[in-house]
Design a protein around this ligand. Structure first.
Ligand SMILES: Nc1ncnc2c1ncn2[C@@H]1O[C@H](COP(=O)(O)OP(=O)(O)OP(=O)(O)O)[C@@H](O)[C@H]1O
Length: 246
């Protein structure tokens, strides 16, 4: 199997506490993966390490066909290499229209001078409409982002990430604060996005994870406790003890 991202033997301590402990994780170029685990299992720290926000004490993080190490790259370089991260709280510009938000995202990524040189073209207009369609907001392009529901803001932000054409999308607790209908649409969206790229979803909501219908990695005390289908990991006595059974 081809691997897009390979994390191997990674550890990270904070004041002597091992938040990540000899963690290994790999994802294919086209794959949807859910990461679950109790509070403090290391899920956020794992994403911080992949995106360059936190430097591990040991281990490797390798990326792409050429297995380049990400460890020496800055957060901005890692984003440009093709890793997009969606934080839990949406951070869209509420006073701007959806089209303006998406325009900023199109301009943003590739170095500071791109913003200066960037001019709207017919192509960029088309791309903005495509991005809005892709996240189910095609009919709201000229509405202000502040008028969107919480779930719709999350989709807009995913659209803004897609503007940068990430090969790997990391999504932190998308279901939080969403209505049931929004959660259902979000699972559909994430599954569709993962048909052409790698998507890692960190989530506590087990119904949401079930609907993602993908391979699940269970983290516990900074290591992988179990991996496989949700049914497989749910039947694991260790997983039941530390997470699902509580
Ligand atoms: N910058 C930091 N300084 C000190 N301790 C930290 C830091 N970042 C994380 N930790 C600790 O590392 C452990 C793992 O935290 P992390 O946030 O990665 O877990 P998590 O699985 O994302 O939890 P949650 O589900 O609650 O978001 C926790 O015990 C946390 O307190």
């Amino acid at each position: 199997m081809k691997t897009l991202l390979e994390v191997s033997g990674v550890s990270k301590s904070f004041d002597g506490f091992k938040a990540i402990n000899n963690l290994s994780f790999a994802i294919a170029p086209v794959e949807l993966r859910a990461v679950i685990g109790p509070n403090g299992a290391g899920k956020t720290t794992f994403m911080d390490i992949v995106t360059g926000k936190t430097r591990p004490d040991e281990g490797q993080v390798l990326w792409g066909d050429m297995s380049h190490s990400l460890l020496r790259l800055s957060e901005a370089q890692i984003a440009r290499a093709g890793i997009g991260r969606k934080f839990q709280r949406p951070t869209v510009f509420e006073d701007q229209s959806l089209a303006d938000n998406l325009t900023m995202a199109l301009k943003a990524p590739r170095g500071p001078f791109r913003v200066l040189r960037w001019k709207p073209t017919e192509d960029s207009g088309k791309r903005i409409a495509e991005l809005a369609d892709e996240v189910g907001l095609g009919d709201r392009l000229h509405r202000k982002a502040g008028e969107l529901s919480h779930g719709q803001k999350q989709w807009l932000e995913i659209g803004m990430l897609l503007a940068q054409e990430p090969q790997l999308l990391l999504v932190d607790e998308p279901a939080a604060g969403m209505t049931l209908a929004e959660r259902e649409q979000t699972t559909t969206l994430l599954r569709r996005l993962a048909e052409t790229r790698a998507v890692v979803v960190v989530e506590h909501d087990m119904d949401f994870v079930r609907r993602l219908n993908c391979r699940v990695t269970v983290l516990h005390q900074g290591s992988v406790l179990a991996e496989g289908s949700l049914d497989h990991v749910s039947a694991n006595p260790d997983v039941i003890e530390v997470y699902l059974g509580r």
